[in-house]
Ligand binder design. Structure first.
Ligand SMILES: Cc1ncc(COP(=O)(O)O)c(C=O)c1O
Length: 353
């Protein structure tokens, strides 16, 4: 791997007292190009703009996928990544579905490690803060006409972050989306394609204008079953059972935080169900006093409790708009492992140094 370092770090420009999500970038970035049917030598270079042809096919047809993961400065000063192998595997599943070149897993892992090492002084060290890592793969052919590209660029950029949502662990108010659809069965819902996010922007903008912070997506066909919330998976506690949508329909992203929470919940002896959940069942459970908790779960916020859901003209208030016991336990356990306070018995952590 070729490494060229910045002359002067941009660290003084980063406002560590107000680390808004994804606004600041670390000093370096990783690049690897796929040309002539193979991956070329990978490089770490100063974070900077790169030239692109106006005919670049990503711009026109959207062959673009990404990942989101984090490196944490632990309570013992060690730097840890959380389940990077799962992100690497998921990026390659996305690449396959999008007819893109698969990345080399070793180059990807080395790129992550080297980038985190070279920019380690920029990692914030407060609990809840981290270095967000954004690997992404884009098509690089320069010709109009819809087809799978023959050239690709794989990059990793890094951003010191606090929590994704300004609300942090404060419960959010969400809108159950009954009109617009984000994905449908057979579509791209189970992979991390940029197209899914583009499909969600308008409905999310409308919901924000109406005073909500996120949209709860229902199945794209009948708007009957619960899928995901914003860029997170969703979980409920109904009558003491942790319930989350099944991956079977292939319409939701198999979240790595979701998997982690399900593993922890089962180990704690909680009753867990992965199944289809009708939005009407949630409304009913609330009316019967059985809906105890609802929360979004994903890398960016880890746990984002839902305090209020707006559905069919009514507000469903969850747990008096307070964080629930199970949500708190999952947050404490996952972050405990990430910051090295709780022993990692699952081999989820990769220590960078
Ligand atoms: C649509 C969507 N669902 C779920 C998740 C949660 O996945 P993970 O826990 O791997 O971050 C994300 C974030 O990556 C997402 O964008």
């Amino acid at each position: 791997m070729k490494i060229s370092k910045v002359k002067t770090s941009g660290k003084p420009k980063i406002n560590y007292d107000n680390l808004l999500f994804g606004r600041y970038f670390s000093d370096h970035m990783f690049i690897q190009d796929y040309t002539n049917g193979k991956w070329q030598e990978s490089q770490i270079v100063p974070f900077e703009k790169f030239p692109m042809s106006p005919a670049n096919i990503t711009l026109h047809y959207g062959q673009s996928i990404f990942e989101g993961m984090k490196a944490f400065k632990g309570v013992d000063g060690k730097i840890r990544m959380f389940r990077p192998k799962d992100n690497i595997a998921r990026l390659n599943r996305s690449a396959k579905r999008m007819a893109m070149a698969q990345v080399n897993e070793d180059d990807f892992m080395n790129g992550l490690k080297e980038l985190v090492k070279i920019d380690k002084d920029l990692i914030p060290d407060k609990w809840g803060e981290s270095l967000y890592l954004r690997p992404f793969l884009i098509a690089m052919d320069e010709a109009l006409g819809l087809k799978a590209s023959s050239a690709y660029r794989f990059m990793i950029i890094a951003s010191p972050v606090a929590s994704y949502y300004a609300e942090g662990l404060n419960p959010i108010k969400i809108k159950v989306e009954t009109k617009f659809s984000r994905v449908v069965e057979g579509g791209l819902g189970e992979v991390k394609a940029a197209a899914n996010y583009a499909a969600s922007v308008y409905a999310t903008k409308v919901a924000k204008e109406e005073g909500f912070s996120q949209v709860l997506w229902l199945d794209g066909k009948d708007h009957r079953y619960v899928d995901e919330v914003g860029a997170m998976n969703i979980m409920f506690v109904i009558d003491d059972v942790l319930v989350t949508p099944t991956l079977e329909q292939k319409t939701i992203l198999p979240g790595i935080t979701r998997y982690s929470a399900l593993t922890i919940a089962r180990e704690l002896g909680w009753k867990v169900e992965e199944r289809r959940i009708e939005i009407e069942e949630i409304a009913q459970a609330s009316e019967n006093g059985k809906l105890q908790e609802a929360f979004g779960i994903g890398t960016a916020a880890i746990i984002s409790p839902v305090g209020e859901m707006f559905y069919k003209g009514k507000s469903i208030i969850v747990n008096d708009r307070k964080i629930g016991e199970k949500s708190q336990k999952l947050y404490d356990t996952i972050t405990g492992i990430q910051y090295g306070k709780i022993k990692d018995k699952h081999d989820w952590i990769v220590v960078v140094e």
